[in-house]
Design a protein around this ligand. Structure first.
Ligand SMILES: Cc1ncc(COP(=O)(O)O)c(C=O)c1O
Length: 389
């Protein structure tokens, strides 16, 4: 598979310390074929086995939105579908870039669409890390970053999230963990804790890390929160890449649409492996749905408010039952601390038809629970009462 890398890319990877044996793995990440399936299935493997599935499980395990794309987008999606014989029926990709650029007050050259945000996430690790230029993250966080680094043989440093600062990222500890890393990954709101890293802290990290290191700010869940985005930083810096996705609040996980924001030089480095193809070939139905979604400011605000209300309801119910949860989530997920093995609780709750999320090795007693509809969360609480009652 390494044969698919051009001689220039091979030479450049060797110069950065990758070995010839790693070419196949680099190509695997970039082709998003077998490697993608492997990472995604592992990262999203939060539900119980088929054996315990009942007819209509409540799916609050994979941080998906409880509902689909905004109904107001259907007309645009159907029009794109009807013209699906065209590679570019009506300039949908350029329209998306222009709309996003206008909304985020950033030049169009700084915006790139993708089929979801997993590809640019994995690609950023190939591009900015190397065997001697490691990856630094908090722990727990979204494991796709870890798995990609592991696959490539890139050194990793993981900084535990701690209660003394409310499970927020300690950027000073991040830098101390590896002062010469290639990439610092900051997921904000963080998956699985939903906690925020402030813009001020991201700026501190950017100002103090090695000049040629890059910060990858993963804002997959930011639409659920009112936190300040790091997009404002990318126009005057050459060392920050921000990722966004339509998979969460916009309810488009299966449609696949994501965005990256970065200085054109950083995008060029990420895209040079396949001549920009990964950002050019985007499904037109996803583009049309994304375009139409971005205009729905009122509906976006309503969905965010609904999520917050459902999260508050769930936390209130847990509190009444003296079940501990981690504070500070600003996303569609919470970490519930059972005080005992989370994997068995996950299985028992699945037996009640409710699929909650996984635990992380660092916190074996805590489960990630996605916040779904009010009905989903009522079913979750009912399941807890049966299992712990
Ligand atoms: C933090 C984070 N980043 C990126 C992704 C990838 O999402 P997608 O490829 O659907 O945009 C996910 C998916 O759950 C995620 O949790």
């Amino acid at each position: 598979m390494g044969d698919t890398l051009t001689p220039e890319i091979r030479a450049e990877a060797l110069a950065r310390g990758y070995s010839r044996r790693q070419f196949g793995r680099i190509a695997g990440v970039l082709s998003m074929s077998s490697a993608f399936a492997r990472f995604v299935s592992a990262a999203h493997a939060s539900g119980p086995s088929e054996a315990v599935r009942i007819s209509e499980p409540v799916r609050i395990g994979a941080n998906e939105c409880w509902t689909g794309p905004f109904p107001e987008t259907q007309e645009s999606a159907l029009a794109a579908f009807a013209h699906g014989n065209r590679y570019e029926p009506s300039n949908l990709r350029a329209t998306l870039i222009a709309t996003v650029a206008e909304q985020e007050r950033i030049p169009v050259e700084y915006v790139r669409p993708w089929q979801g945000s997993m590809d640019p996430l994995m690609r950023a690790i190939v591009t900015f890390c190397a065997p001697q230029r490691g990856l630094v993250t908090v722990d727990p966080t979204f494991e796709a970053a870890w798995r990609t680094a592991q696959w490539l043989g890139v050194r990793q440093s993981r900084v535990p999230l701690l209660p003394h600062n409310d499970y927020a990222t300690d950027v000073r500890a991040l830098l101390k963990a590896d002062p010469n890393a290639g990439l610092y990954y900051v997921c904000t709101p963080n998956n699985p804790t939903g906690t925020i890293t402030s813009l001020e802290d991201i700026v501190w990290l950017a100002d103090n890390k090695p000049k040629d290191a890059v910060i990858l700010v993963d804002e997959a869940y930011i639409h659920f929160s009112r936190a300040e985005s790091a997009i404002s930083l990318v126009t005057h810096r050459k060392d920050i890449v921000v990722l966004r996705t339509f998979s969460k609040l916009f309810g488009m996980a299966g449609l696949r649409l994501g965005l990256s924001f970065a200085h054109p030089d950083l995008h060029r480095r990420m895209l040079r492996y396949d001549g920009e193809a990964a950002s050019q070939l985007i499904n037109v139905v996803a583009l049309a749905t994304g375009n139409a979604s971005l205009r729905l400011h009122t509906q976006i605000e309503q969905r965010r408010s609904e999520l917050i209300a459902n999260r508050e309801y769930t936390l209130g119910q847990l509190k009444r039952r003296n079940i501990y949860y981690l504070p500070g989530s600003e996303a569609n997920m919470i970490m519930v601390d059972w005080g005992k093995n989370a994997a068995s609780l996950q299985k028992a709750i699945a037996g009640q038809g409710v699929e909650i999320g996984r635990s992380w090795p660092i916190w074996p007693n805590r489960s990630r629970v996605t916040i779904g509809s009010r009905r989903d969360m009522e079913r979750f609480i009912q399941a807890i009462d049966v299992v712990t009652g």
